[in-house]
Design a protein around this ligand. Structure first.
Ligand code: PLP
Length: 390
């Protein structure tokens, strides 16, 4: 079965033949007797709407187990509970700002965090220590769209008793399945492509085996971070159009990246389609599309800000992966939460713009960007003229 079919197919025969998964909006379930439990007992532990969603997510990620969480961050938090005092986590050096904020709470528990550029496997090899237990990467990264070789990192990790965790948010399971490439755990901000409509906050953890799955299930149940029934239904509904949306977003993004790469005033454009030959080959080996998030620099923070603020179709908003195109300055927005002590090393530059390409007509998106760049250039000239006049 292909992804487009998987996205819309019903997981199980519904009792009354409903073609949309019912929302089991119930916190608790009646039990057969006082000394035995039925299939479901309490929605923190399990809920049929959520089960349907998890079955779909596992199918799409080609993995045996999937868990839906209340957010991408609660998903990552559960994953970090696999570690214990004395362990070390090696993390990519270009990660979502909120992930770094969360990881930076670990040292107080005696778990150390080391950031490493994982685009080169040798860097990771050199950084491994006898305390390393987990390697955590994004590929492509947020915001720089850097590519790491999942299979090569999985081999290296496993040879050293380390588990490989991949944040697959940037591509969605319709474009990349890290478990198939050798990852042990995959997680998502379901808030992005899986939802696709910016109407639900959700997270997902996918595990390759029962041992890891049991740990994740334990933490989620103990902490109460599972996705609520209505939000599970919203995510299920979003997933029905995932393949369709992602395909359109990817084809739009290719044209937008090409436009930006040829536009005067834009210095560098970051998108896997424009990556180095080697990075592109790695990406093409492990993914079936380049994704629809593009970053670019202008060399001038004020000019970048003016571009972002001059767009009309693209909304200024954090997050990505929605049907609507959005634009942001990661340094001030999605990556503002990187702690001060690490900003020099890990924060994106102030002139970096991140664009999430939606499903609108691509000519309209390009026209919006073209006119924003022109009007920002014009107002920058006026601003510079005024400054010189002063
Ligand atoms: N991973 C990536 C790559 C993200 O960009 C984000 C949020 O922007 C997250 C994880 C966190 O997900 P959530 O906002 O759903 O908690």
């Amino acid at each position: 079965m292909k992804n487009a079919t998987r996205c819309v197919s019903l997981s199980e025969e519904e009792r009354f033949g409903a073609v949309s998964t019912p929302i089991y909006q119930t916190a608790t379930f009646r039990q057969p007797t006082a000394v035995e439990f039925g299939e479901y007992d309490y929605s923190r532990s399990g809920n049929p709407t959520r089960t349907d969603l998890e079955t779909k997510l596992a199918e799409l990620e080609r993995a045996p187990f999937a868990f839906a969480f209340s957010s991408g961050m609660s998903a990552l938090s559960a994953i970090t509970k696999l570690l214990t005092t004395g362990d070390e986590i090696l993390a990519g050096s270009d990660l979502y700002g909120g992930s770094i904020r969360l990881l930076e709470r670990l040292p107080r528990l005696g778990i150390s965090v080391t950031y490493v550029d994982t685009t080169d496997v040798q860097n990771v090899r050199a950084a491994l220590s006898n305390r390393t237990r987990m390697l955590l990467i994004e590929t492509p990264t947020n915001p720089f769209q850097r590519v790491s070789d999942i299979a090569a990192l999985a081999d290296l990790a496993h040879a050293n008793g380390v588990i490989l965790v991949v944040d697959n948010t940037m591509l969605s399971p319709c474009l990349q399945n890290p478990i198939v490439c050798g990852a042990d755990i995959v997680y998502h901000s379901g808030t992005k492509f899986l939802s696709g409509h910016s109407d639900v906050t959700a997270g997902v953890v996918v595990a390759k085996d029962e041992e890891l799955a049991d740990e994740i299930a334990f933490v989620r149940n103990a902490e109460g971070t599972a996705l609520a029934p209505f939000d599970s239904w919203l995510l299920l509904r979003g997933i029905k159009t995932l393949d369709l949306r992602v395909e359109k977003q990817c084809s739009n993004a290719l044209k937008v990246a090409e436009f930006l790469a040829n536009e005067a005033g834009i210095r560098r454009v970051f998108h896997p389609s424009l990556a180095s030959e080697e990075a592109r080959r790695t990406h093409e080996r492990q993914a079936s599309g380049f994704g629809s998030v593009i970053a670019f620099t202008t060399g001038d923070a004020e000019f970048s800000r003016r571009i972002v603020e001059a767009t009309r179709l693209c909304s200024i908003a954090v997050s990505f992966g929605s049907v609507n195109s959005t634009i942001s300055l990661p340094c001030y927005m999605s990556h503002a939460s990187i702690p001060d002590a690490l900003r020099g090393e890990l924060a994106p530059p102030r002139d970096l713009v991140r664009l999430s390409v939606g499903i609108e007509n691509v000519e309209d998106i390009i026209e919006d960007l073209r006119s924003a760049i022109r009007s920002a250039a014009a107002s920058n000239v006026v601003a510079i003229g005024k400054a010189v006049g002063e």
